[in-house]
Design a protein around this ligand. Structure first.
Ligand SMILES: [Zn+2]
Length: 262
């Protein structure tokens, strides 16, 4: 699943392709909006909020927001008019063609067109956005620490606390701060440091596709513990453990070094 930095890059790609352009053709290939047609409308901008994307479109007298979410396998690609769509085998769910650019949303987990004044219905629950212009570290700490008994790894992944962290960042954050992801939030001695580190990690990775937390881009060296079950800890040599964390049905993979994290 894409993390907040990948979603930010997607918004950036859509901004460069569509901002200020007039839509020549729109195609919403989801049942609830199959008959919607916003051609002739103007794309104002696309913004990311955590892992959500909001594309704002003015059409006639209506102010719309196209809300999309990549979920597990989704992506937005931009093509020239004569270019073949890559991603063969992936289902196109939305097509926005505007003045020489065609943006296609494949395998999107959410496609929903709503009046712009209802954006809060879909993103109002989110905690401070790690890559948002209104990033608020104090509010992030307040939300993260509100339930001190909750396992740390679970609280970090909850988008109502901080928006933008996925399983890779939560895993690496726990390693870098020395906490076992199963330990309670209340055990964290300096939550402000943790929240600042989360912000720094996403910010440093926002411009490139590879997530690097070690400072070393080489294959197999770019992450401290994520995806390295049974391999040796890059810091101490102890075999990395792998487990699942979260409520039944929502459990997500976690990795940790039993020596470096407690
Ligand atoms: Zn270790």
């Amino acid at each position: 699943m894409p993390e907040g930095d990948a979603v930010w890059r997607t918004a950036d790609r859509l901004r460069k392709a569509l901002d200020g352009r007039v839509l020549e053709r729109t195609d919403f290939r989801v049942p609830q909006h199959a008959t919607a047609d916003l051609s002739g409308g103007v794309v104002l901008e696309t913004v990311s909020r955590g892992k959500h994307l909001l594309t704002r479109i003015d059409h006639e007298d209506q102010r719309w927001t196209l809300h999309t979410h990549l979920k597990m396998e989704g992506s937005w690609r931009v093509y020239r008019p004569d270019e073949r769509w890559s991603q063969s085998g992936h289902l196109a769910r939305v097509v926005l063609a505007a003045e020489g650019r065609t943006a296609v949303g494949f395998q999107l987990g959410v496609v929903e067109l709503l009046p712009r004044d209802r954006e809060d219905d879909v993103v109002g629950h989110l905690g401070p956005d790690l890559l948002g212009p209104d990033w608020d570290e104090d509010e992030a700490v307040r939300r993260l620490t509100a339930d001190p008994d909750r396992p740390l790894g679970e609280a970090l992944l909850d988008q109502r606390n901080l928006a933008g962290i996925g399983t890779i960042y939560r895993t690496e954050l726990c390693f870098l701060t020395g906490y076992d992801p199963r330990s309670p939030v209340g055990a964290v001695q300096d939550p402000l440091r943790m929240v600042r580190l989360a912000h720094l990690m996403l910010d440093q990775n926002r411009h490139h596709a590879q997530i690097v937390t070690t400072g070393d881009k080489r294959r197999g060296r770019s992450l401290w513990v994520y995806g390295r079950g049974q391999e040796r800890c890059l810091r101490c040599g102890t075999p990395i453990e792998r487990g699942e964390l979260g409520q039944p049905g929502l459990a997500r993979v976690a990795y940790w070094c039993p020596h470096c994290q407690s």
